[in-house]
Write a protein that binds this ligand. Structure first.
Ligand code: NAD
Ligand code: LMR
Length: 331
């Protein structure tokens, strides 16, 4: 039998955690051969609910679920962990400014980064979902300097999937026919969903969509604002689709992106496409031998560059705020 992997979910009793834990326990990330020890980290007020989630996981009798543990401190939750989904975060409450939100989350992701760096397994892979995801991931990475840069990522896979779904709906093609979609920048309304390199059944999407008006007025803003649209409809932010995107990201990281395709991931920039080195920015990304690699050599039009510049500027501003608050030593 293959050795079990340790997977930690922070915010394990929340909406996303509730959907995610069952998919991981079912084997949707590592596959049908790899047993999983699941660790749910919660704040003290969430521990009882996390214990309830653990009971339900037990009751599901998943063949691959080796054990479930509930933690109220990051050190034990990250001890020997191979993979962490950072879902728990401080949500924006009424009257809260962006700087307040960044400060509150800096207070979470700073100490969690230190605990991750000190206790995780050497091969740990981390994905930040909790918002503001890119900058939370930057804070985490700054506090875990011994973890290689590409091992701490932030999620733009949900935006990627939304862009694929919207293009599929527009053209009548199945989602599976669409490849090479790209999300650039921040997981925020400034993100840039880029269909100019996308293919539909191997044919450039631009050959089927020559309606530039639709791209600029409908596709880009609708994908970028989809999170808000869901909140308005559901009265709560996306959860099952966010958990599903988390699975997609982690699965592709472990198993590789399909041949000829790529996905979108926020990772520290290596300077590609003029994005400042170290900035936790989303790029088109391939997973090769368990590592993310930025897709190189794409031609970026002035139209696309204008959007990318705005989102990169927002990321720089967010980082400047957390730097001033003292949350990113070493960046
Ligand atoms: P939720 O409020 O239902 O659950 C969050 C859970 O995290 C709660 O149970 C809470 O007790 C816990 N928590 C808070 N602080 C914690 C800490 N320091 N350590 C451990 N646990 C902690 O929220 P949700 O709907 O599951 O969403 C979680 C986050 O994901 C939010 O920040 C949301 O904005 C974000 N989100 C991101 C994306 C994306 O695409 N990146 C998509 C949807 C939601
Ligand atoms: C989403 O994209 O659905 C979320 O990030 C929205 C949010 O603000 O939680």
């Amino acid at each position: 039998m293959t050795q079990a992997v340790n997977v930690t979910i922070t915010g394990g009793a929340g909406q996303i955690g509730y959907a995610l834990a069952f998919r991981i326990a079912h084997g949707d990330v590592f596959g049908p051969e790899v047993p999983v020890n699941l660790h749910l980290l919660e704040i003290p007020a969430g521990v009882r609910a996390a214990e309830g989630v653990a009971m339900e996981l037990d009751d599901s009798a998943f063949p691959l679920l080796n054990s479930v543990h509930v933690h109220d401190n990051a050190r034990s939750a990250f001890d020997g962990t191979n993979m962490v989904a950072f879902v728990g975060a401080r949500p924006r409450s009424k009257g809260m400014e962006r700087a307040d939100l960044l400060e509150a989350n800096g207070g979470i992701f700073g100490p969690q980064g230190t605990a991750l760096g000190e206790h995780a397994a050497p091969d740990v892979r981390a994905l930040v979902i909790g918002n503001p995801a890119n900058t939370n991931a930057a804070i985490l990475a700054a506090h875990a300097p011994d973890i290689p840069a590409g091992r701490i990522t932030a999620m733009t896979r949900l935006d990627h999937n939304r862009a694929v779904a919207m293009l599929a709906k527009k053209t009548g093609a199945p989602a599976a026919a669409i490849t090479r979609m790209s999300i650039w920048g921040n997981h925020s309304p400034t993100q840039y969903p880029d269909l100019f390199h996308a293919l539909i059944d191997g044919v450039p999407a631009t050959e089927k969509i020559d309606d530039h008006e639709w791209v600029a007025q409908e596709f880009v803003p609708r994908v970028a604002q989809r999170g808000t649209e869901i909140i308005q409809a559901r009265g709560a932010s996306s959860a099952a689709s966010a958990a599903s995107a988390t699975i997609d990201h982690l699965h592709d990281w472990v198993h590789g992106t399909p041949k000829g395709d790529w996905t979108s991931v926020a990772m520290p920039s290596d300077g590609s496409y003029g994005v400042p080195e170290g900035l936790m920015c989303s790029f088109p990304m391939r997973s090769i031998n368990g590592e993310w690699e930025i897709v190189q050599g794409l031609e970026i039009s002035d139209f696309s560059q204008g959007y990318i510049d705005i989102s990169v500027e927002e990321l720089k501003q967010e980082l400047k705020i957390v730097e001033e608050l003292g949350f990113t030593p070493g960046l």
